[in-house]
Design a protein around this ligand. Structure first.
Ligand code: PLP
Length: 448
């Protein structure tokens, strides 16, 4: 496979664009960051004319695939009417209504442009609501790149951004004891910005309970991914999130579920809808916009009221703009069609793909684990028989997987170099078959 145009454009891009990419993660793709020329459904085409079945899906947002006709039409129509006004408009209201109907914990929502911004707002709301400042977060989770929360490096592609960093905290290498303090995730980040962050191991009820009981007078919130998608797609232990809910409710601490990945991916109600949980606040982004910049915080009236009464400032020039809200409405509409049939289909296809991957690993005697929940999964090469903790995740052979992803690219399958796969509503049986055949060839070439 030739990457001549990608190589040429990457070199030229570096003359004008710092590092040649717009998000540091993208540098990790081997043999080089590929230049896209276009996408359609489940496939993306690069500037050399190579076509790939896409499981990167823009790091998650493309739940409907590339250039979905209904979504594209809605966005074009909105743009033609005026992309943004800085005034209120109907789309904003309609998206907010749809979000409150879809997300069980959301009496009201506030709109912003990225997952990072939604998390920033959720933390601010929690602090204002409780009058406390400390935040508990968990090792291996990722909540965006804001200075006040960016601490750890769940995957090697994120670590890349930290070269030159002092005292770095590497995935799997830190065995954060209960209450370890957070280290900056990048050079240029003030350690003081993280002074209120407490990092705990996840899925550890005892560590959570002990820290909450000892320090609840200072703790504003616990923030958690409902499934540890950023480090191994590890599911919560049975009862863990429920216990988190009980303890935070008892001790007056705000529970925030960061559903930037799981929202509109594990179902219309996100993970909390699927698991039957009611956090105080939820953040959604990525899949919500189907590839356009929209995110939201949803929560109970008592907390969201702090924005309404002016206690908490929620700002952003492009918040709730016409294009973003049209994208959100269209995405939710498409996903809701046929009583959520798209989720059932995506999940069935994903299960089939995962079964095929496991069979192939077993057939060629390669040790590996695939953790799946709904249309998202993490594949890793590891001697561990199960990966249910951040420590176990740290034992995977990340280099081997990156090589595998490179071989898959050669075979026409686009993967994130760290192992997280997304399946979209545009994928079809034939894509799954073709992917598994490509994998047969890639595994045969992967050194034992
Ligand atoms: N929260 C989670 C769980 C994420 O996975 C991400 C991004 O990967 C974010 C927040 C940040 O979202 P964004 O990249 O849109 O700022």
């Amino acid at each position: 496979m030739v990457h001549e145009q990608s190589a040429r454009h990457f070199q030229k891009s570096k003359q004008y664009l710092a590092s040649g990419v717009s998000s540091t993660l993208r540098l990790s793709m081997k043999p080089m960051p590929v230049f896209a020329a276009g996408g359609s459904g489940a496939t993306v085409t690069d500037m050399d004319g190579n076509r790939y079945i896409d499981y990167l899906l823009a790091y998650g947002p493309l739940i409907l695939g590339h250039a979905h006709p209904g979504l594209t039409a809605a966005v074009c129509e909105a743009a033609a009417k005026g992309a943004t006004y800085g005034l209120q408009h109907q789309g904003e209201m309609e998206l907010a209504q749809r979000l409150t109907e879809a997300l069980p914990c959301a009496d009201k929502v506030a709109l912003s442009g990225s997952g990072t911004e939604a998390v920033m707002l959720a933390l601010r709301l929690a602090r204002a609501y409780t009058g406390k400042t400390k935040i508990i977060r968990f090792e291996g989770h990722y909540h965006g790149w804001a200075d006040t929360i960016f601490t750890s490096f769940p995957s090697p592609d994120m670590q890349q951004s930290a070269s030159g960093l002092q005292g770095r905290n590497t995935a799997g290498a830190s065995s954060a004891a209960a209450g370890s303090s957070a280290k900056p995730g990048t050079s240029g980040q003030s350690a003081a910005a993280l002074a209120d962050i407490i990092v705990l191991p996840w899925n550890d009820v005892a560590a959570l309970e002990e820290t909450l009981r000892r320090h609840h007078g200072e703790i504003a919130a616990v923030i958690s991914e409902p499934v540890m998608c950023n480090s191994g797609c590890i599911a919560p232990h049975p009862g863990y999130l429920q216990r988190m809910r009980e303890l935070t409710a008892e001790l007056g601490v705000v529970m925030i579920l960061d559903e930037v990945i799981t929202g509109f991916r594990l179902g219309l109600g996100g993970a909390h809808g699927r698991f039957g949980l009611l956090p105080d606040l939820v953040t959604v982004g990525k899949a919500l916009g189907g590839g356009f910049a929209v995110s939201a915080v949803g929560g109970k009236d008592a907390i969201m009221e702090l924005i309404a009464d002016g206690t908490v400032n929620h700002l952003g020039t492009l918040n709730g703009n016409g294009v973003a809200t049209a994208a959100g409405i269209a995405t939710i509409r498409e996903l809701a069609e046929g009583e959520g049939a798209a989720f059932v289909r995506m999940e069935r296809l994903t299960e089939r793909l995962v079964r095929g991957i496991r069979e192939r690993l077993a057939a060629c005697g390669m040790q590996g684990v695939v953790n799946q929940l709904g249309p998202v999964f993490h594949m890793m090469f590891t001697a561990e028989s199960v990966v249910e903790s951040f420590a176990a995740f740290g034992n995977r052979d990340a280099e081997r997987y990156a090589r595998f992803a490179e071989l898959m690219l050669e075979e026409g399958v686009m993967l994130r170099p760290t192992g997280l796969w997304y399946v979209s509503a545009a994928h079809e049986e034939a894509d799954i078959e073709a992917t598994l055949q490509a994998m047969d060839r890639a595994l045969a070439r992967l050194a034992p």
